[in-house]
Design a protein around this ligand. Structure first.
Ligand code: AHM
Ligand code: MG
Length: 337
């Protein structure tokens, strides 16, 4: 069987964009290379002394693990070396980084990235991931990136995707023309096209939410969960509850099998937990391109939210279209504000 590598596929798809000069192509392939480097270290994390906390607390007030730091560095270096990216905003750093060197300043794109998502799962050998989004810069080419380059609504993304470091590792991405998935073949060290044109099933039988927070959930979410657990043969209920605690892994499973992932606002976190720029927007772009839906649970499309802060959080309802719409119905009915 002839395999198609990520690089071959990216180059082949360049012609989808009539005026493309290969810049986005190069940027995406640099992300693919950094993903392989991070994957190698994720895989040997149990063998060498790179597991454990680095001793820093990141901007979100959470413990930063060593692998987070490693992944952050690798992606930053790789994006800078791509010569197409003038700056990067990472979940792990308080402020965005505007590359100083002249080559990078001529880059037309900026990247937002969660270099290692699901970090609480690193030291227990559970799937983790990387999430990225690419935007065309607003500031002038030749100058340093500015904050406004990163503060664009998700609808402006030109590409987005994720890497899942799981039982096998995968890269899934979109450039706004469908969603494609590539599995890393370790024997040849290449991501190979394994999931062409991924479609999100309109409905599924999986709901994913951290039910430990139940008592703090909005009434609409509590009622929706009850609905998921009730018996109804026509809609295949009760649904199954599946929650890994790594957004990439939970999202990926639901994307392939059909399901809904919810991280709602709670009494203690009025905007939920997940970050708009690094987590919600890229996943929302992917799910919409696969035919699914992503909103804040109150009818606002995630991709239409205008960012006000780099590390802004947003409630996230994402997955199979019919399931997200049903959850929104409950929110509409039981949560008036
Ligand atoms: P992280 O970026 O610090 O890893 O946090 C994000 C993760 C997501 O992957 C996951 O969906 C969520 O946090 C789980 O949160 P919780 O443990 O509150 O359920
Ligand atoms: Mg994260």
């Amino acid at each position: 069987m002839v395999v198609k590598t990520l690089n071959e596929f990216i180059i082949e798809r360049q012609s989808d964009f009539p005026y493309a000069k290969g810049e986005l192509t190069r940027l995406l392939s640099h992300i693919g290379v950094a993903a392989k480097v991070v994957n190698r270290d994720v895989n040997k994390a149990g063998l060498v002394d790179i597991i454990g906390e680095a001793g820093n607390i990141n901007i979100q007030g959470e413990d930063q693990k060593k692998l987070d730091v490693f992944a952050d560095e690798k992606f930053i270096l790789s994006l800078q070396a791509s010569a197409e990216c003038c700056g990067i905003a990472s979940e792990e750093n308080e402020d965005f980084i505007a590359f100083e060197d002249e080559i990078a300043r001529n880059g037309k794109y900026v990247v937002t990235i969660d270099p290692l998502d699901g970090s609480s799962n690193i030291d227990v050998n559970v799937s983790i991931g990387t999430i990225f989004a690419i935007y065309r810069r607003l500031s002038e080419v030749g100058h340093k990136a500015e904050k406004r380059d990163f503060m664009q609504e998700g609808a402006k993304q030109v590409a987005a995707g994720y890497i899942l470091y799981g039982s096998s590792s995968m890269m899934v991405y979109t450039t706004g023309r469908g969603v494609n998935g590539f599995t890393l073949d370790p024997s040849i060290g290449e991501f190979c096209l394994s999931h062409p044109d991924i479609k999100s099933p309109a409905s599924g039988i999986i709901y994913s939410i951290n039910e430990g927070n139940y008592i703090k959930f909005p009434e609409g979410v509590k009622k929706y969960l009850k609905y998921c657990q009730e018996k109804d043969e026509q809609t295949n209920r009760p649904y199954s509850s599946r929650y890994i605690g790594s957004l990439v892994a939970d999202f990926h499973r639901n994307l392939l099998k059909g399901g809904i992932f919810i991280y709602p606002k709670t009494d203690s976190s009025p905007n939920g937990k997940l970050r708009l720029l690094y987590e919600a927007n890229p996943m929302a772009f992917v799910i919409e391109q696969a035919g699914g839906r992503a909103t804040d649970g109150k009818g606002t499309r995630i991709l239409d939210v205008i960012p006000e802060k780099l590390h802004q959080r947003v409630p996230l309802y994402i997955g199979s279209r019919n399931m997200v719409e049903k959850a929104e119905e409950f929110m509409e009915k039981f949560c008036k504000n």
